[in-house]
Design a binder for this molecule. Structure first.
Ligand code: G
Ligand code: G
Ligand code: NA
Ligand code: MN
Length: 254
């Protein structure tokens, strides 16, 4: 079995699917966004998660086609939700480290939005710090162009990579996503200052939205609320769901 060969065919064989995980505002329990998470329904191996094929896709230079497929599929989905009156305010799509290196990513993203009639402010692109640090000049250029079209930029896994306060205010960033490793380590009984505290204070100081990911327990939720982080994503609220299930949730939360 050759995973590389399978991956090269997966797009044309329509083996990819998008799962959707909601992000909640815990002050009013409303869905403020939905993150799109890619799945590969492999004919023999069953459902594969991004960690097991995205690195390979990057290596064999297939990642930009996959990213475009995800952007197209999720934007079309967003349009349907808008027409049905159940659209979440925003849809978050993950970019891979290689996507921002391609000069065409900005145009292709804009064209995809226009093709489906979805305004830029409905889209949030999640990128990692490492990606920005690798090529700050190019990243600045692309992210600025994207944000001129209303597209939001979120820093994913924030706090785990090379964080520079310098880029935070130089770049058009809207959201920090606190990495789930910090959320996992929350110990309610301890009262000392934590990395999360620092991230939340900093986010507010820079006028950025902040979202905690990987929230699994009520204790973690309560602790985060106390620290003024009210946007959360994680198994406590919902797992990533196939489209039918997320639609049910969207309808129920109207
Ligand atoms: O549920 P989860 O296993 O889906 O995601 C694991 C990792 O894969 C996360 O770091 C997430 O950012 C990344 N990921 C999920 N979907 C996509 C996608 O469509 N494109 C890229 N490049 N990464 C994704
Ligand atoms: O890196 P990124 O943040 O985009 O990854 C999202 C990943 O986290 C996905 O694999 C998703 O399935 C997973 N995930 C979402 N919520 C939780 C959670 O509450 N706990 C854990 N352990 N993983 C989660
Ligand atoms: Na992500
Ligand atoms: Mn993350």
């Amino acid at each position: 079995m050759d995973l590389e060969m399978d991956l090269r065919r997966a797009l044309s064989k329509e083996e990819f699917a998008v799962y959707y995980q909601p992000q909640f505002d815990t002050t009013n329990r409303r869905i403020v966004g939905i993150e799109a998470l890619l799945r590969w329904q492999h004919p023999e191996r069953g459902m594969l998660y991004p960690d097991s094929f995205i690195p390979l896709a990057e290596e064999i230079d297939l990642i930009s086609r996959i990213t475009l497929w995800v952007l197209d599929a999720t934007t079309a989905q967003m349009r349907q939700w808008m027409d049905a009156g159940i659209a979440p305010p925003r849809l978050a799509v993950n970019l891979s480290a290689l996507d921002l290196k391609h000069t065409t990513i900005v145009d292709e993203t804009i064209q995809t939005l226009q093709r489906h009639g979805v305004p830029g402010n409905r889209l949030e692109l999640e990128i990692t710090e490492t990606l920005i640090a690798q090529d700050i000049t190019r990243a600045t250029h692309h992210l600025t162009a994207l944000s001129h079209h209303g597209i939001n930029i979120a820093i994913d896994d924030f706090g785990t990579g090379y964080s520079s306060l310098n880029y935070l205010h130089r770049l058009p960033i809207h959201t920090l996503k606190i990495d789930r490793s910090f959320v996992r380590d929350i110990a309610p009984e301890r009262n000392e200052r934590s990395v999360i505290d620092a991230i939340i204070v900093m986010a507010h100081g820079f006028n950025l939205k902040v979202i905690a990911e990987g929230v699994e327990t009520e204790a973690q939720r309560d602790w985060l609320e106390q620290r003024n982080c009210h946007t959360m994503q994680g198994y406590l609220f919902s797992r990533p769901l196939p489209v039918q299930d997320i639609e049910e949730l969207l309808r129920a939360s109207q």
